[in-house]
Ligand binder design. Structure first.
Ligand SMILES: [Fe+2]
Length: 205
C-alpha cells in the first residue's frame, strides 16, 4: 500500500508564497488521486509488494502497454508529489549547508548559480513537468527536467532525485496565473534544505 506523504503543516502555512487553496487542491485532489490510482494499478500489475522506486525503474516488466503507461503517469504523480510536499515547509528557504551545500558550490560554482540553472530548466520546460536536482551513487549532482509525471527514475537514468520543482499549472496558476517565473522565484522561500540534504545522504547510504 503506497501512502501519501502526510503534510506536517496546514494548507495555509506556505502563504504568501503558495496560497492555501492551491496547496489544498494540489494535495487533497491531485496528489490524493495519483496515490489512489497508483495503488490500484500496482495491484493490477502484481507490484503491490514492490517499492515505488522499483516499479518506476522496472516498467518494462509490464507487458500491457496501456497499463505500463498508466503506471508511469500515476506512479510518477505519486512519487513526485511526495518529494515535492516533503521538501517544502513554512519559514524555510535560505541556502543549503553541510555536505549538500558544499557539493552544490563545487558542482555549480555557487548556490546562486545552481538556483539560476534549475530555475531556467523549470521555466523553460514546455507544458507540464518538473525540474530536478539528482545525485548518482557517488554523490555527483546533476540537473534535469521532465515532462508530464516522468522523473529521473522512470526515465531510466539510474539517478536519484533529491529536489524538484513542480511546474504543472496546478502548482501555481491560482496565484501566479501565467507567471511561472514568479512562482519559481518565490518557491525558494519555502524549500527545507535540511530535508533535501537528508535525501542526499540517504541516496548515498
Ligand atoms: Fe503537481
Amino acid at each position: 500500500m503506497f501512502e501519501q506523504y502526510v503534510l506536517p503543516y496546514s494548507y495555509d502555512a506556505l502563504e504568501p508564497y503558495i496560497d492555501a487553496l492551491t496547496v489544498e487542491t494540489h494535495y487533497s485532489k491531485h496528489h490524493a488521486t495519483y496515490t489512489k490510482t497508483f495503488n490500484e494499478l500496482a495491484e493490477k500489475a502484481g507490484f503491490s509488494e514492490k517499492s515505488a522506486e522499483y516499479i518506476l525503474a522496472n516498467l518494462e516488466e509490464v507487458q500491457d502497454e496501456g497499463l505500463r503507461q498508466a503506471l508511469k503517469n500515476n506512479g510518477g504523480g505519486y512519487y513526485n508529489h511526495n518529494l515535492y510536499f516533503e521538501e517544502i515547509a513554512p519559514e524555510k528557504g535560505g541556502e543549503p549547508k553541510g555536505v549538500l551545500g558544499e557539493k552544490i558550490n563545487e558542482t555549480f560554482g555557487s548556490f546562486q548559480d545552481f538556483k539560476e540553472n534549475i530555475s531556467a530548466l523549470a521555466i523553460g520546460r514546455f507544458g507540464s513537468g518538473w525540474a530536478w536536482l539528482n545525485t548518482d551513487k557517488e554523490g555527483n549532482l546533476s540537473l534535469s527536467s521532465s515532462s508530464n509525471q516522468d522523473n529521473p527514475i522512470s526515465m531510466g537514468t539510474g539517478l536519484t532525485p533529491i529536489f524538484t520543482i513542480d511546474v504543472w499549472e496546478h502548482a501555481y496558476y491560482l496565484k501566479y496565473k501565467n507567471l511561472r517565473a514568479s512562482y519559481v522565484k518565490e518557491f525558494f522561500n519555502i524549500v527545507d534544505w535540511d530535508k533535501v540534504e537528508e535525501k542526499y545522504k540517504n541516496a548515498l547510504a
